[in-house]
Write a new protein. Structure first.
Length: 119
């Protein structure tokens, strides 16, 4: 499976961004999918995940109430809507195939998209 993220950029504190992850593969719309992020000098950390068909979602505490993960299986695309962005949200954001908060539960990763929160 190939995963391609987009939508990152520079945003001011309090602003919003929507990240997209397009998947490829004959059955890619049936994958559970997640978002992780990695800030400079830090470990890659879980952000959110969603089951195929969108029946269940899971969020990191840092994302609850501000980020929303969703999917459009007709477009084979996973989204991460990020609102009320903070300086601490600055990171490279990755989408990955799998479900859960542990990196070990994911087996395919995109190349990442940079999100920078700065005034």
């Amino acid at each position: 499976v190939q995963l391609v993220e987009s939508g990152g950029g520079l945003v001011q504190p309090g602003g919003s961004l929507r990240l997209s992850c397009v998947t490829s593969g004959r059955t890619s719309s049936r994958y559970d999918m997640g978002w992780f992020r990695q800030a400079p000098g830090k470990e890659r950390e879980f952000v959110a995940c969603i089951t195929w068909r969108g029946g269940s979602t899971l969020y990191a505490d840092s994302a609850k109430g501000r980020f929303t993960i969703s999917r459009d299986d007709s477009k084979k695309t996973i989204y991460l809507q990020m609102n009320s962005l903070e300086y601490e949200d600055t990171a490279v954001y990755y989408c990955a195939r799998g479900y859960g908060s542990s990196r070990s539960r994911y087996d395919s990763w995109g190349q990442g998209t940079q999100v920078t929160v700065s005034s």
